[in-house]
Design a protein around this ligand. Structure first.
Ligand code: FAD
Length: 507
């Protein structure tokens, strides 16, 4: 994230952030670190209203965000009770009783001019290759609770190629970022925003009025008020594009419980009969929740199901959360930017919401309005945001659509529903010749699509013909070799708990 030098005093100098959840404090921390002197950053939050209190699993790009702030990784891990995350395990998605991991890392190696996966597809159909999970360290290590950071000096070994993200306590992360932002001059006001004041001449937001009577004036506003979308939705009237016809889940129960069993470096998503349950192991507790479709299951049943599937004693009452999947029509409108849940909601199946906060901020840096608002910049910002949201949406829908489950009305609905054309094209391409095409800079790369499409039971009819350039016996040997090397590497890896204790002075 870099910003062109400011040559004169910025026109939009006073930046007001409404809301102090993960989005608000990530924004304050990023802006107070990255903007040159001359800007004022003022955040308003209400302890009485509180935050959504979930959002604990991330994807690897979060490391770039923390690095841009200059955070020390071990310090961050201790402060937020974080654990490492190498991927997500999906249980009961394709069929009851099946499981696969969507890992963050690479697979095997390329064979000549075709990717590893075509060679694997070729051998797999003849029963000459084992499960895909065996060919990546990121999908082999987590089930054994093994973790270590990559050792770049071991180039050529899978141990040099371990990818990870974090699972952390969202409240502790916000508090950590708050300290960071306040040390860099960000101001904070406590109180409920009771009125959003707009300029008579052009309707732009000019100030927030708090219940104390305090009025906070600003030139540019970040709406981080969560699903309330107090500025962007309620005040400026920018609506949500509804995606509930593709993503029927609209509620969740969330509850933390005591840790149990080995500390797994992965999130688990277990499908139930009308939704799915997350399990996010942190150092000090495990986060759990049941995301479900209220059209197919009532609240009480959904809550009971969650409580029955906890693997430790609950540490609080279960909380109910309602949401609507969709995207705000414009993320940036006039002098207001929606960051976080105010900008849209996609269920946390692939842990993408915190990432969307991060990219909103990176994009803001790219299009920063230091010379005043510019219609072309705003349009481009919104176009990029729309593309990003829609492609992540497609990837999440894939988990519901690509299933053989027919054991409940929910799964029958999902299996039979029409999906966006952009997703259908990806499914068709994969099912014909195993091709996966990543367009522009969409978030999920080929290997992510491969793992989920394969894990959910999609079977390509063919594979890339160039895979046959490698003699079959040679390919079989190579795949067996990759599998053995990975298994040996996993054997020498420490458990995550041992690694945290030794390298992060945590636990
Ligand atoms: P909030 O946390 O709701 O914060 C809103 C802020 O605005 C609060 O400080 C509140 O006090 C303030 N506010 C609101 N109204 C007013 C007012 N009138 N006056 C003053 N202040 C006000 N994301 C992931 O990346 N990974 C996950 O694993 C994940 N799991 C999730 C599970 C569920 C069930 C849900 C619903 C979401 C999940 N998310 C996840 C999303 C993640 O929780 C959010 O992206 C993240 O917490 C950011 O939320 P926020 O800051 O936008 O909103």
């Amino acid at each position: 994230m870099s910003l062109p030098p400011v040559t004169s005093l910025p026109l939009l100098r006073r930046i007001v952030i409404a809301g102090g959840g993960t989005a608000g404090w990530m924004s304050a921390a990023a802006l107070s670190t990255l903007l040159p002197p001359g800007y004022e950053i003022h955040l308003v939050e209400s302890e009485e209203i509180g935050t959504i209190g979930v959002g604990e699993a991330t994807i690897p790009n979060i490391k770039n965000f923390n690095a841009a702030l200059g955070l020390d990784e071990n310090d961050f891990i201790r402060a937020t009770q974080a654990s490492f995350k190498m991927g997500i395990e999906f249980v009961n998605w394709g069929r009851l009783g099946e499981r696969y991991i969507h890992g963050f890392g690479s697979f095997g190696q390329d064979f000549g001019s075709v990717g590893f996966h075509h060679q694997w597809l070729r051998l797999r159909r003849e029963g000459l290759a084992s499960a895909l999970d065996d060919y990546s360290i990121n999908t082999s290590a987590p089930r054994q609770a093994k973790f270590m950071r990559a050792r770049p000096e071991m180039a050529g070994s899978p141990l040099a190629d371990i990818a990870y993200a974090y699972q952390f306590d969202a409240g502790l992360y916000a508090a950590y970022l708050r300290r960071h932002a306040e040390q860099r001059g960000a101001r904070r006001s406590e109180g409920r925003i009771v009125e959003v004041l707009r300029a008579a001449e052009d309707g732009r937001i000019r100030a927030l009025r708090l219940d104390s009577g305090e009025q906070i004036e600003g030139d540019f506003f970040l709406d981080c008020t969560g699903m309330r979308a107090l500025l962007m939705g309620q005040t400026l009237g920018v609506g949500l594009e509804d995606w509930s016809h593709w993503l029927p889940c609209d509620r969740a129960w969330a509850v933390p419980c005591e840790s149990a069993g080995p500390l797994l470096p992965m999130t688990r998503a277990t499908a139930h009969s009308a939704g799915w349950q997350w399990r996010i192991p942190l150092q000090h507790r495990t986060g759990n929740g049941h995301v479900f479709a209220s059209r197919f299951m009532d609240e009480g049943e959904a809550r009971d199901l969650l409580m029955r599937h906890l693997d430790g004693k609950p540490l609080a009452e279960a909380r109910s959360i309602r949401f609507q999947p969709g995207r705000r029509h414009q993320a940036w409108h006039q002098n207001c930017l929606a960051v976080g849940l105010s900008g849209g909601f996609l269920e946390p199946l692939e842990s993408t919401s915190i990432h969307l906060i991060q990219t909103a901020l990176a994009r803001l840096m790219s299009f920063f309005p230091h010379g005043g608002l510019d219609a072309a910049d705003i349009a481009e910002y919104n176009r990029q945001t729309q593309f990003e949201y829609e492609r992540i949406r497609d990837f999440i829908i894939l988990h519901y659509k690509a299933t053989a489950r027919d054991d409940s009305p929910f799964w029958n609905h999902c299996r039979q529903m029409a999906v966006p054309e952009t997703l259908q094209r990806k499914i068709d391409l994969f099912c014909s010749n195993g091709r996966i095409v990543r367009e522009a800079d969409e978030l999920f790369a080929e290997l992510s699509w491969l793992q989920v499409m394969n894990g959910q039971g999609l079977q390509p009819r063919g594979y890339h013909p160039l895979a046959e350039q490698t003699p079959k016996a040679e390919a079989v040997d190579l795949l067996a070799h990759i599998r053995q090397v990975i298994a040996r590497c996993v054997q020498v890896m420490p458990t995550q708990a041992a690694y945290l204790a030794e390298h992060c002075q945590a636990l």
